[in-house]
Design a protein around this ligand. Structure first.
Ligand SMILES: *Cc1c(COP(=O)(O)O)cnc(C)c1O
Length: 386
């Protein structure tokens, strides 16, 4: 964690986590459990740094993609609350998950049978979430194929705990998908009916991600799986605008947790007519002053931001010029006076009155919030700030 050796740092705001959870507690119905989705290294925020803060703020349930992520959560969680794996799990990991009371999705018979036999062998109860295919066509069991799973659950109460019945929507963040989401909800209800025909009732039904929880409040059921929103981002601008319009409010109620900062590594003058950086994409049309910043696509600053991106320095917004390199980028500081080596450069976040949002990256580089965040490398030091 020695920051001297790193070319940038990520700051994570503790108060923003609390503010966002307060907002979520207003929009998520009482008695609906919020599962904090921390896949993708907590959407780039860093599992090890984020989990303790999230627990301190009040989150009690975590969802991850893989056993590797679940393991990392167990290493830093002090409340030792439930953890749910929504995706990848190989055979060894099934054994580990069952032994450690980690909940996980079941979406094929292979995993179902292995789970049952390992639970028997270990004399343990596996906590399973049966995932239903409702129209996304990713993982999940088709409604007509649920019978063998339900029979096994019914016949093995000592080894299978029916922790959840769940599905995932194929794009609740866009109104374009409205009809498809409605069809998925109907399919899920069919699955629920089938489950009750077996006299079974899962501990929790859960279908909603951030966008669904906001746009389709009825989808909140017993639990919601919230990712992007807890980090202070609406899934898309569409969801934000709809929320503001519905509630007749004008300010974004969420606060971004993350800021990304680096420093000036070098400063120099360039003569009129010279090209800057690789190739010929930027020609100095007048005498220029430039600064080199030790951040590149290798650190998650997309190359498509070449001649497009902006950063903050000395309280001003300045453009990235030339191509973004693997480990460096160049900015135009011609109109700024007195830039010095070591001056702070803000890639995401605030400086003075100005702010670079994650969304602005998206517009320029055609990346989703989700993509930019999860590409932030694990080894950039995270610093907790208020
Ligand atoms: C990522 C994910 C979520 C959370 O999605 P957000 O849009 O970030 O809220 C919920 N459920 C599943 C299955 C996921 O993979």
């Amino acid at each position: 964690m020695n920051q001297v050796h790193h070319s940038s740092r990520l700051e994570i705001s503790r108060s923003a986590i609390q503010q966002n959870l307060k907002f979520l507690n207003r929009v998520i119905r009482k008695n609906v459990l919020i599962s904090s989705v921390v896949k993708g290294n907590a959407y780039g925020h860093g599992i090890e740094d984020y989990i303790p803060l999230a627990e301190e703020a009040g989150y009690e349930h975590f969802s991850v993609f893989s056993a590797e992520e679940a393991y990392r959560v167990t290493q830093v969680s002090y409340k030792k609350g439930p953890i749910m794996i929504m995706g990848f799990l190989d055979d060894d990991a099934i054994d580990w998950a069952i032994s450690h009371d980690i909940e996980f999705y079941i979406f094929n018979l292979d995993r179902m049978n292995r789970t049952l036999s390992i639970a028997k062998k270990r004399k343990k109860v596996a906590k399973i979430h049966l995932e239903v295919e409702t129209g996304m066509n990713r993982t999940g069991v088709n409604v007509p194929d649920l019978d063998p799973y339900l029979e096994l659950i019914k016949a093995n109460p000592a080894h299978l705990h029916f922790a959840g019945l769940c599905t995932h929507f194929a794009g609740a963040e866009s109104i374009t998908n409205y009809y498809r989401i409605k069809q998925q909800q109907k399919q899920f209800e069919k699955a629920q009916n089938k489950v009750s025909l077996y006299g079974l009732s899962p501990e929790r039904n859960h279908v909603a991600c951030s966008a669904a929880a906001l746009r389709y409040p009825k989808s909140q059921l017993d639990m919601v799986r919230l990712g992007i929103i807890q980090y202070g981002f609406f899934p898309t601008n569409e969801v934000l605008i709809e929320y503001l319009a519905k509630r007749k409010v004008s300010n974004n109620p969420l606060k971004r947790l993350i800021s990304w900062k680096s420093r000036v590594m070098d400063v120099k003058d360039v003569k009129t007519g010279e090209f800057i950086g690789y190739g010929t994409s930027y020609l100095a049309g007048h005498p220029m002053k430039i600064a080199i910043v030790p951040i590149g696509y290798g650190q998650g600053f997309s190359r498509s931001l070449s001649n497009q991106g902006r950063v903050l320095i000395r309280g001003q917004r300045v453009p990235v010029i030339g191509t973004v390199n693997m480990n460096m980028l160049t900015i135009d500081i011609t109109r700024l006076g007195g830039v010095e080596l070591g001056d702070e450069v803000v890639l995401i976040g605030k400086q003075g009155d100005l702010e670079i949002s994650v969304a602005s990256f998206g517009e320029l580089s055609d990346q989703l919030n989700y993509e930019l965040l999860t590409r932030l490398p694990m080894d950039i030091p995270r610093l907790i700030v208020d």
